[in-house]
Structures are given as C-alpha cells and as structure tokens.
Design a protein around this ligand. Structure first.
Ligand SMILES: Cc1cc2nc3c(=O)[nH]c(=O)nc-3n(C[C@H](O)[C@H](O)[C@H](O)COP(=O)(O)OP(=O)(O)OC[C@H]3O[C@@H](n4cnc5c(N)ncnc54)[C@H](O)[C@@H]3O)c2cc1C
Length: 385
C-alpha cells in the first residue's frame, strides 16, 4: 500500500483547505448562535462550492460528479471534517444510496443532488428502534394501488432543511425457515407531501445540522416513489454502510487535527509558574497521546479506504476504523479542554463546541457498543457452535 499523495490529490487537498478556511470558518459563530445556517449564507456556500467544482466529488463522472476513489475521498472528508458539520454538509457529497434512482427519479432526485441543488435526509431511526433498526414499525400498506405510510421517525438530521426524505418502512412480512421476517423498503418523500410533518429537536451537538422528528399520517405515495426495489431497502442501504463508516472516521481525524493544532498553540504560549504549560509533563503527555491517537486513526482510515477501492474491506474492519476514530476524537477534544483550562469552557473559544460535537460520533453511524459487538462477533465466528 502506498499512501503518498499524487500531484492532483495534493492540489485538491490544498484548494479544498483554502475554500474551507475562507468560505466556511467565518460563518461558524453565527451558526452556533442561531442554531441554523442562515439561508443567504447557505445559498452563497452552495453556489461557491458548485463554481469551485467541489460538489458531488464522490459521484461517478458520467453523472457529473468527480468520480473520486475512496482513498481520495478520505482525503476530502478529512478536510471537510474540520469546519462545523452544518457548514460542511452544504458542500454536498450526496449519499450513494441515490445511485439506486431509476426512471423519472434520476432527473427529479439524483441529478439535482449531484448538481448541489437538492438536499436529502436519511430517515431510519424511530423512538423505539435505534441500534435495533429491524425493530422499526413505520408501515407502508398497499391501498387502491398506492402506498399509505404511517409512523414516526426520530433524530433525523437535516430533515428541516432537506428537499426530500429517504425513508425506510416495513412493507410486509416474509415467512422464512427462521420465522417471520419483515420486508423493508426505502421511499423518496418530497418535502410538503400531505401528511408528513417535521419538527426540530433541540440538541447540544452539531448546531445547524439539527435532528428532527418526522410524523407520517396517511402519507400516500405511488410506486414511483420506491427507491430500489420493494422489500430490498436494507440490502440496498447496506451496500454503502461501510464507506459511510470509514468516511465518518476521516471526518473525525480532520476535526481532531484542527483541535490539536489549537491545543498545541495554547500549550506553547500560555504561561504558568514562569514556563509555558507545554513544558510541564502533565500537558506534554496529553499532546503526545493526542498526536498518536490522531495518527493511528488516520492510518486505519487510509488502510480501510484502500481496501474499499480493492473491494476487500470487511464489516469488522469498517467498524474498527469508525469506533477507533470516534473514540479518538472524544479523547483529543477532552485533552484540549483540559489544556485550555477555564478558557476551554468559554463560548468565545470553539474548543467547547468541538468537545460537545465530538460526543455524537460515538452514537450515530452505530454506537461504540454495537461496533464492539460486530468486531467481536466477526472475530469469534469460527469458534461459534
Ligand atoms: C444528533 C443525532 C443525529 C442523528 N441523525 C440520524 C439520521 O439522520 N437518520 C437516522 O436514521 N438516525 C439518526 N440518528 C439516530 C442514531 O443513529 C441513533 O441514535 C443510534 O443508532 C442509537 O440509537 P438510539 O439512540 O435509539 O439508542 P439505543 O439503540 O436505544 O441504545 C441505547 C444504548 O444501549 C446500547 N445498546 C443497544 N443495543 C445494544 C447491544 N446489542 N449491545 C450493547 N449495547 C447496546 C447502545 O450502544 C447505547 O449505549 C441521529 C441521532 C442523533 C443523536
């Protein structure tokens, strides 16, 4: 494996970094204060991202994307992890699940997302079904040639801003040798569809990229709103699960690097007892531990991204990568708060924001416990009776 960057990759990382620092960082405070991205700022960022060619870098070239491989996307996500999540998400890298669009869906959903004109959100979790996704109850029932959907979704990021929802519902039950098994189907639901209500949920993390409740009360859809095939919703989403986990780990690395740099600057200039605090072993060890943590996470990302490109990454490798990076950013931001002392808790410094935002990384894209469970189950598989 050779992880050195090509000339083109290096140029991309540099121009993207410049874009992020110039166009996204200046808006972070207002997003924090207002808990949303003001529309004129969002529109301006989306336009500039389009003009700079930074939209849909993960999508195939023949559809207008940049067609980057996973190794290059890991470099992209590392840079895009540095700004606040709400701003980062405006430089759209559409979910690859949308590649399942067919017929009229291509022009209505896929292409506008690739052009950065439309935004989706992903609605799986329900009040009683988070980690245990197969326990979802939202049901789509066939009535008079249409699908009628009833249920409740919880914690759906960006649903308040999205143009449409990719929503998972139960469309029946199959009898299998292991007993009855639910059929899961993905639907595309436009904002404003009668019967669908979206309500933001105030949270302490990733302000502006807000979680929402979605209520579905007799939402009526045609067959044309099914994404992929009826009853194949999960198989379909699972195809993109590993890359999502690895790219999230790259995000964590980028964010951790930004926090780490701030912590180093503070440790190198803040004085106590006539010395810079970085000269005390108690601070220096935190710097050393954080540096090792970030480096290890990045090596895991690079290895997994390389394996994604070869088509050889395994479920537990993707889980290890996600788990290590999401716990790493918790340790790195906590160390940074400690190094900043009281200033680490003040709103005038972003350290407290990074620390709050880091906490969600151990919950979404699979909790730490679920990832540990996956790793242990895979590694012990051959010994199971
Ligand atoms: C800010 C935010 C944004 C989100 N965005 C989205 C989104 O856009 N779309 C979406 O569909 N979902 C989203 N989610 C939901 C997220 O994926 C879930 O919160 C996550 O899967 C955990 O589910 P839960 O919260 O119901 O916790 P639970 O599943 O109830 O888990 C609670 C605790 O029990 C533990 N636990 C559960 N089962 C096991 C087990 N088998 N072994 C060991 N421990 C276990 C968990 O690890 C956890 O510690 C978001 C959540 C948040 C907070």
């Amino acid at each position: 494996m050779d992880f050195s960057l090509s000339f083109e990759q290096q140029a991309l990382v540099e121009s993207l970094t410049e874009f992020v620092e110039k166009e996204l960082y200046p808006h972070e405070d207002v997003v924090e204060r207002e808990r949303m991205v003001p529309k004129e700022i969002a529109d301006d960022i989306k336009r500039k991202a389009r003009e700079a060619g930074f939209v849909a870098m993960n999508m195939p070239e023949e559809l207008g994307g940049a067609g980057l491989d996973y190794q290059t996307m890991a470099q992209v996500e590392r840079v895009m992890g540095k700004p606040s999540t709400a701003l980062s998400m405006l430089v759209k890298r559409p979910t690859k699940i949308l590649l399942g669009c067919k017929g009229e869906q291509v022009d209505k959903y896929l292409m506008p997302c690739i052009r950065g004109e439309k935004v989706d959100c992903f609605a799986l979790t329900e009040p009683h079904a988070g980690s245990d996704a197969r326990a979802i109850k939202t049901a789509a029932v066939r009535q008079n040639g249409k699908w009628v959907i009833n249920g409740v979704k919880q914690f759906i990021s960006y649903a308040d801003m999205a143009d449409f929802v990719i929503l998972f519902a139960v469309t029946g039950t199959d009898e299998t040798p292991k007993g009855p098994r639910k059929r899961f189907t993905a639907f595309l639901i436009d904002k404003g569809t009668p019967g669908m209500t979206i309500k933001p949920m105030p949270s302490i993390c990733t302000r502006g990229y807000n979680p929402n409740m979605i209520y579905l009360d007799n939402v009526t859809l045609d067959d044309g709103q099914i994404l992929g095939e009826e009853g194949k919703g999960f198989d379909f989403a699972n195809d993109w699960l590993y890359s999502g986990r690895i790219m999230l780990a790259a995000h964590c690395v980028g964010r951790a690097e930004r926090v780490f740099k701030m912590a180093c600057e503070w440790a190198g200039t803040r004085k106590a007892f006539g010395k810079t605090i970085g000269e005390f072993q108690g601070t220096g060890f935190k710097i050393a531990d954080s540096a090792m943590d970030i480096r290890t996470a990045w090596l895991l990302v690079l290895e997994c991204a390389w394996k994604m490109d070869q088509g050889t990454v395994t479920r537990h490798e993707a889980s290890m990568c996600n788990l290590f990076a999401s716990e790493m950013i918790g340790r790195v931001t906590d160390n940074a708060v400690q190094i900043f002392g009281g200033m680490g808790m003040m709103e005038e410094f972003p350290i407290q924001r990074f620390w709050r935002d880091a906490r969600i990384e151990r919950i979404w894209e699979g909790t730490s416990e679920i990832h540990r469970d996956v790793i242990a189950r895979d590694l012990l598989k051959e010994y199971r009776s």
